[in-house]
Write a protein that binds this ligand. Structure first.
Ligand code: COA
Length: 264
């Protein structure tokens, strides 16, 4: 295992999976400018490391995943341009996660509020502990979600429920998040990381080009009319049948053995 320490987070790489742990528990892992910069670096390293197959993002401590943008920093914003750039910076970092060829799994271990909820939404899969709390409380501060929340929450849970959360700023628990499709699994706190690692390891055993294509088909497809999304799906499918991993996967099934994928 290799561990790289950034000012505000750690990046652990074990085998083919990476783990980012945001490490500001005394401020409930709030996203300061430094956390965003460190996230940008860590996510870029994961994107560039072709040996990796999946990554997990979590928060340190037992209380919070990420309790939002750092309100002390936020409170100093004034001009229109400055505010726009502030939102754009967070959006850029989260876009790097969403557009990664390798999937990111959010392991939400407590409060995921504001930018924390938006960070989880930029990940491809979200699992949470029973004590997780989600919300977009920006309207309490006189702003709206600025790191993608108005767009990604709406795409994940639908317009009506997204408006309920964003307009009221209310917090919801893990079971409601599960019922609304905001997360796909809820675990006892002690089992959360093991479950996230199990998902990462399962993905790591699949054909890497198929995983990357599936992410592209899902993420891009939802942005376009169904005809284009279906065309994209067919094109990606067509490309995959030319890969040696396709020969290996189908051959292994027919020969009743475990497939070994090379990512080619
Ligand atoms: N930005 C900066 N600091 C934050 C923070 C944030 N988003 N969320 C929590 N903190 C800090 C608190 O100021 C406090 O710091 P202090 O000990 O130096 O005073 C510390 O983290 C612990 O938080 P505290 O509020 O004492 O914990 P709590 O258990 O009473 O409440 C929350 C937990 C999550 C309900 C509460 O911290 C909260 O509402 N946070 C802000 C959530 C939010 O609005 N996020 C969206 C921002 S756009």
């Amino acid at each position: 295992m290799t561990e790289t320490s950034f000012q505000t987070l750690t990046l652990n790489i074990a085998g083919q999976t990476a783990e980012i742990t945001i490490n500001r528990p005394e401020k409930l892992n709030a996203l300061s400018g430094q956390v965003l910069e460190d996230l940008r670096q860590a996510v870029s390293q994961i994107r560039e490391n072709a040996n990796l197959r999946a990554a997990i993002i979590t928060g340190s401590g037992e209380k919070a995943f990420v309790a939002g943008a750092d309100i002390a920093e936020l409170s100093r914003l004034s001009g229109h341009e400055e505010g726009t750039a502030f939102a754009g910076n967070g959006q850029d970092v989260f876009n790097l996660i969403e557009s990664s060829p390798r999937p990111f799994i959010a392991a939400v271990n407590g409060f995921a509020l504001g930018g924390g909820c938006e960070l989880a939404l930029a990940c491809h899969i979200r699992v949470c502990s029973e004590n997780a709390r989600f919300g977009q409380p920006e309207v309490n501060l006189g702003i709206i979600p600025g790191y993608g929340g108005t767009q990604r929450l709406t795409r994940v849970v639908g317009r009506s429920y997204a408006a309920d959360l964003i307009l009221t700023g209310r917090m919801i628990g893990a079971q409601e998040a599960l019922a609304q499709g905001l997360v796909s699994r809820v675990l006892p706190p002690a089992e959360l990381m093991a479950a996230a690692r199990e998902i990462a390891t399962a993905i790591a055993g699949k054909a890497p080009l198929a995983i990357t294509s599936a992410i592209e088909a899902i993420t891009m497809g939802i942005e376009e009319p169904i005809e284009s999304g279906l065309d994209r799906e067919a094109q990606l499918f067509g490309r995959l049948v030319t890969t040696s991993d396709f020969r290996e996967g189908t051959g292994a099934f027919l020969e009743k053995r475990q497939a070994k994928f090379a990512g080619e």
